[in-house]
Design a protein around this ligand. Structure first.
Ligand SMILES: NC(=O)c1ccc[n+]([C@@H]2O[C@H](COP(=O)([O-])OP(=O)(O)OC[C@H]3O[C@@H](n4cnc5c(N)ncnc54)[C@H](OP(=O)(O)O)[C@@H]3O)[C@@H](O)[C@H]2O)c1
Length: 245
């Protein structure tokens, strides 16, 4: 199993659950030192083997090759690819610069689509397995506080929807994960404090692994975000544009 962005937050928590099940894991992150620490932890949790491959997913050539590299390091075809990496800069009350705008779209959409495309080709050949991508509830409707990030996630959600329909006939499941607020370094960097709306990464990771097991299509996690987003999506634009969210 390949986990992209396993050095922190949700990705690390998902990898830990899979390690506990004895999987052979290939994990990636940008920081080699942190990657080595995480790999050590996953071995201690029971992974049958852990291969760590440094990757900056916004180096698109490297991103495209990561699936082939992971399979070569694992010594055989992959059963699944979980794309967890992502980045959200503070966007509230300011417009992002050109460089930041491109950075957000590259980190959350372009790089993820490139990896998923390579992974789809890999799994199509073996007619089985699964893909999982961490999108966000932010992709369901653009809000003033994070619409660049949200639009990149909206692109990822649409990409996964099309890929799911393409791969369905080939026996490959595609899961889109839409978390709400999750207590991770990314959320803390945005200055979001703890509240009942903020879930633990371990709880969200458990939901994700269960949804993979059940070959589900779309997961809102925790569950109540499905209903919050239903209301948010139904609000008329004339009202929505007046909200300070
Ligand atoms: N936390 C939330 O409230 C929340 C809500 C909805 C969706 N999400 C999504 O959930 C996913 C995981 O986020 P998190 O909250 O767990 O954040 P996190 O703790 O900051 O972890 C982000 C992970 O992405 C990796 N990463 C970031 N940019 C990368 C790049 N250019 N190339 C390769 N790896 C990169 C990081 O690796 P290094 O920094 O070590 O390289 C790290 O492993 C993201 O897609 C995020 O958008 C989070």
């Amino acid at each position: 199993m390949l986990v992209v962005g396993a050095t922190s937050g949700i990705g690390e928590a998902v990898a830990r659950i899979l390690a506990g099940r004895g999987w052979l894991l290939v994990v990636t992150g940008r920081d080699s030192g942190r990657l080595a620490q995480v790999a050590e932890g996953l071995r201690a949790h029971g992974a049958s083997r852990v291969v760590s491959l440094p990757l900056d997913a916004t180096e698109f050539g490297d991103a495209f090759e990561i699936v082939t590299k992971a399979a070569a390091s694992a010594g055989g075809p992959l059963d699944g690819v979980i794309v967890c990496h992502g980045w959200s800069p503070p966007e509230k009350d300011r417009l992002l610069s050109a460089e930041e705008t491109r950075g957000v779209i590259d980190a959350n959409f372009t790089s993820a689509a490139i990896i998923l495309s390579a992974a789809a080709a890999h799994l199509e050949q073996r007619s089985g397995g699964f893909l999982c991508a961490i999108s966000s509830v932010a992709g369901d409707r653009g809000r003033p506080g994070n619409f660049t990030y949200g639009s990149a996630k909206a692109g990822l959600t649409a990409y996964c929807s099309g890929l799911r329909a393409r791969l369905h006939r080939k026996g490959v499941a595609v899961l889109t994960v839409k978390p709400g607020y999750v207590d991770t370094p990314m959320l803390r960097a945005l200055g979001v404090g703890r509240s009942w709306l903020v879930a633990d990464a371990d709880r969200v990771a458990l939901d994700i692994v269960r949804a993979i097991d059940r070959r589900r299509d779309v997961l809102y996690t925790p569950w109540f975000w499905r209903w919050i987003l239903l209301v948010v999506r139904l609000l008329p634009e004339a009202i929505f544009k007046r909200l300070r969210t």
